[in-house]
Design a protein around this ligand. Structure first.
Ligand SMILES: Cc1cc2nc3c(=O)[nH]c(=O)nc-3n(C[C@H](O)[C@H](O)[C@H](O)COP(=O)(O)O)c2cc1C
Length: 215
């Protein structure tokens, strides 16, 4: 697929088909993801792929913990955010909310959905060794960016899930991940339900002049 088409077409998938993804396909996605640049070529990312019944077991643990601890998706900001950021968040809600079953609160859909990887058959958990500084999270983010584009190019849908980093202990325990690794984020991967209006709802972007300055 043409690069520009991949970039402009890709959007987060929040309804997946009940159709497995082969290990070979996931390996292809991860191979391309790992072509991402990284500082001094450290490649600090590590990925744990969770499929089949294990994916469901992981989600049961996450949903239980999310409910018990009352964890919710949010910007995770350290100070109140200026209004234009809040406006972007509201716009995301506006494009999903009309397609939810009547009475489903948006926040419940996002929180439960995120812990369930929106029903994706595969969850990829990105971790990083705690020996790295926080700056290296950038490298992991770039690799995840490559991942979602590579997956889209292969006809797969993805949803990055930052919420799960709140459950790092549970995830480490269930997936046998060393205490010395931090859970950065997850990505749900699977075949998108092309007919779902939730998947058709595409978020927009701020105009360039809002985010770019030329000198
Ligand atoms: C770091 C990161 C964390 C995210 N976490 C979540 C999440 O926990 N739950 C969710 O539903 N979407 C999550 N998303 C998806 C964003 O909501 C989505 O990328 C954004 O609204 C732009 O929409 P698009 O991906 O359809 O272009 C996350 C995206 C990124 C990059």
């Amino acid at each position: 697929m043409e690069f520009e088409k991949v970039v402009t077409e890709r959007h987060s998938t929040r309804v997946f088909l009940d159709k497995p993804v082969s290990r070979e396909t996931i390996e292809n996605v991860l191979f391309l993801s790992a072509r991402a640049p990284s500082a001094i070529n450290l490649q600090p990312w590590e990925f744990t792929v969770v499929m089949g019944e294990e994916r469901h077991r992981l989600s049961r643990v996450l949903v239980k913990s999310m409910r018990e601890r009352n964890i919710s998706c949010g910007p995770g900001a350290v100070r109140p955010l200026p209004e234009h950021f809040m406006d972007r968040q509201r716009k995301l809600m506006d494009c999903i909310l009309p397609h939810l079953e009547k009475g489903t609160p948006f926040q419940d859909f996002i929180n439960e959905g995120s812990c369930n990887f929106y029903g994706a058959p595969v969850a990829i958990i990105a971790t990083i060794d705690q020996a790295f500084s926080k700056s290296r999270l950038v490298d992991v983010g770039i690799a995840v960016g490559y991942m979602v584009l590579a997956a889209h190019n292969m006809g797969l849908g993805t949803c990055p899930i930052g919420l799960i980093s709140a459950f790092d202990e549970e995830i480490r325990e269930m997936l046998n991940i060393s205490e010395e690794k931090d859970v950065v984020m997850g990505v749900g991967v699977g075949y998108p339900d092309a007919d779902s209006p939730i998947n058709l709802a595409s978020s927009d972007r701020a105009p360039l002049q809002e985010v770019v300055r030329f000198y």
